[in-house]
Design a protein around this ligand. Structure first.
Ligand code: G6P
Length: 610
């Protein structure tokens, strides 16, 4: 949700900021802009559209500066047009800011500032903050203090950078609810909303916490809280490589990430899953292990695709651990006055580790005394840092807005936690070893499924003009159906619904006619015959059936118009394998419809607003 990058040092910052913005574009792509300090003046360039549009606009201008900040926007207040694009500035053009987050009390502040004579140009909440800082600067004559005093008046969230030609040797940064990380270089420093924009320049980083500010010079920086307390920060090391965040020959990040799944799944299990012993070692859970094993109930809370992974987790944890599991949307959980008992354990799942609703749910659970553990991808992210304990999924950077490899790795981690719980309740070692074997075999099976890409492409060709899609599955493949439908909606803009197959007869069956493609996830498990009956019901109404079935299933060939056959696995791990063709189907349909696969309209990868 909005990408932010800033640089101060001895190099020309313009190419560096533009490159950083490209890496952060997954966070928002409604507009892009930058502010530089050049010859004692602010230079600002901004426009609606992608970073590439900004690049084209400034190409001829040969801009250069040693200090600058850049922004890529996901619009909240004000249309995504040129005027509302960041940076924003004060009345005199002496203070430029970029901002990620929402200033909730902006209309009250705006009224007051207008009364005080400020000229407001845009519909954004951010511009109000620029004028508020201007007001404070009149009193303090010090940019850091002016930003600090302004933020004391603000309700809401911010990842904020401010610069001024009046103090041309520094960038002021502040965070509450929107991530910021300082990149520590030699004779230069950077700051960004995501380490992805820094890794090309330095591996040494400092993560700011909520209500912390930084004053960043070329060769040093200091940090304080918004309430003026000193804070000493640790320098940490970035764990991923530049190569991991580049497309590596693939046409889209999404396709690259789909194809990375055999490796990302191996990484989620490496050094953790002990097949022969039927055991799992998850060091990050050490401090909460006792509570987890004794839990009377597990509550999992998350958003979007991570919520679908949580639902798969419910099936696995209840089946293997025999512990009741509640799954809740983070945005609902936090406002529902949730009942949390002393022996409950709360899990939060998040790819980015920055989703505002998930973070708020985590804080809500902690405030009620629950031990909270995280299943997170981005190392060092806020959720990873605020949970009591956790497991990284180690999927590597996921850039495509539609989540793919993070989803399957989240399930692989939940599967390992389920094995731990199964062991704890005394499941025999040979049974555990068999389940662990099935999980360990998944990456190779995913490799086999990826070879079916050509077949999936043909199905995409056949259905690319559909207006609606229905996805049906049962048991742990009900969440698979939800996820398949979500992938298609997100990137192709085709309306799609996921349903438990047996629920079809209570509503969605009314939608079925000869134009309705229905994707069935129908593995050869205990519910196979029942799902086959649902397929018959669709066929009887002339619906067009696409089946994701198992390799050894011959019966399905006579029932479905199109069949994609995938290897069998222990049924609770099936969603990992069955999701792969659904990801590919969404990808190819979106491509055939001319959609922007990696940057679908209106969406953002990391939703740091509520
Ligand atoms: C956004 C993304 C989704 C993601 C969801 C939750 O909506 O577009 O792909 O599943 O946020 O994100 P998280 O980072 O918490 O998993």
């Amino acid at each position: 949700m909005c990408g932010i990058v800033g640089y101060i040092g001895a190099k020309n910052c313009v190419p560096l900021i533009m490159e950083g913005l490209k890496r952060l574009e997954y966070r928002g792509y409604d507009s892009a802009g930058l502010a530089l300090i050049k010859d004692g003046k602010l230079v600002i360039e901004k426009r609606a559209g992608k970073v590439a549009d900004l690049a084209a606009m400034i190409e001829e201008k040969e801009l250069s500066a040693f200090l600058g900040i850049g922004h890529t926007r996901w619009a909240t207040h004000g249309e995504p047009d040129d005027l509302n694009a960041h940076p924003h500035w004060d009345c005199k053009g002496e203070i430029a800011i970029i901002h990620n987050g929402i200033i909730e009390n902006y209309s009250t502040l705006k009224k007051k500032l207008i009364q005080d004579g400020h000229q407001i140009r845009t519909a954004t909440d951010t511009e109000i903050l620029a004028h508020l800082i201007e007001e404070m600067y009149k009193r303090t004559k010090d940019l850091f203090s002016a930003v600090r005093y302004a933020l004391l008046e603000v309700e809401g969230t911010f990842g904020l950078l401010a610069i001024s030609p009046l103090e041309p040797d520094r960038i002021i940064a502040a965070r509450r609810g929107s991530p910021l990380v300082i990149g520590v270089g030699e004779g230069e420093n950077l700051i960004a909303s995501d380490a992805a924009a820094l890794v090309e320049h330095t591996r040494q980083v400092v993560y700011l916490n909520d209500d912390e500010m930084a004053c960043i010079f070329a060769d040093s920086f200091y940090t304080k809280t918004i309430h003026d307390q000193e804070v000493v920060k640790q320098i940490e090391e970035i764990t991923f490589s530049l190569e991991q965040i580049e497309r590596g020959g693939y046409e889209h990040f999404m396709l690259k990430e789909i194809n990375e799944q055999p490796t990302s799944l191996e990484n989620a299990m490496r050094g953790r899953l002990m097949v022969k012993e039927g055991d799992v070692r998850l060091g990050g859970l050490h401090t909460v292990m006792d509570k987890l094993l004794k839990a009377r109930r597990i509550i999992i809370t998350s958003c979007g695709t991570s919520w679908h992974a949580a639902l798969v987790g419910k099936y696995m944890l209840e089946q293997l651990g025999r512990i009741p599991v509640d799954v809740d949307y983070a945005s609902e959980f936090r406002f529902r006055n949730p009942v949390i008992r002393p022996d409950d354990v709360v899990m939060v799942i998040s790819q980015s580790g920055e989703t505002a609703d998930t973070l708020a749910a985590l804080r809500e659970a902690k405030s009620r005394g629950a031990p909270v553990l995280g299943i997170v991808n981005v190392v060092g992210s806020t959720i990873a840092r605020e949970t009591d304990a956790g497991v990284y999924i180690h999927a590597g950077p996921e850039i495509g807005v539609a989540s793919t490899k993070a989803f399957t790795s989240q399930i692989a981690v939940l599967g390992q936690i389920a094995i731990l719980l199964a062991k704890n309740r005394g499941l025999p070692q040979n049974t555990l070893a068999k389940i662990a074997r099935d999980l360990a075999d998944i990456p190779d099976k995913v490799r086999q499924v990826l070879l079916l890409d050509g077949q999936v492409k043909k199905i995409a060709q056949e259905f690319k003009n559909a207006d609606n899609f229905l996805y049906l599955g049962r048991g742990s493949n009900f969440p698979t159906a939800l996820e398949g439908a979500l992938k298609l909606k997100e990137i192709s803009y085709i309306h799609a619904e996921g349903y438990p197959a047996a629920e079809m007869k209570h509503g969605p069956i009314a939608l079925i006619d000869e134009n309705m493609p229905v994707v069935f996830i129908v593995p050869k498990d205990a519910l196979y015959d029942k799902v086959v009956s649902n397929i018959q019901e669709v066929r009887a109404r002339k619906g067009r059936v696409i089946a994701i079935a198992n390799i050894d299933d011959e019966e399905i060939d006579n029932l479905a118009e199109f069949v994609i056959k995938v290897p069998r696995t222990y049924s609770y791990f099936g969603p990992i394998i069955n999701s792969i063709p659904l990801q590919l189907l969404a990808y190819h349909i979106a491509l055939l419809r001319g959609c922007n696969v990696d940057q679908p309209r209106n969406l953002a990868k990391s939703v740091t607003v509520e």
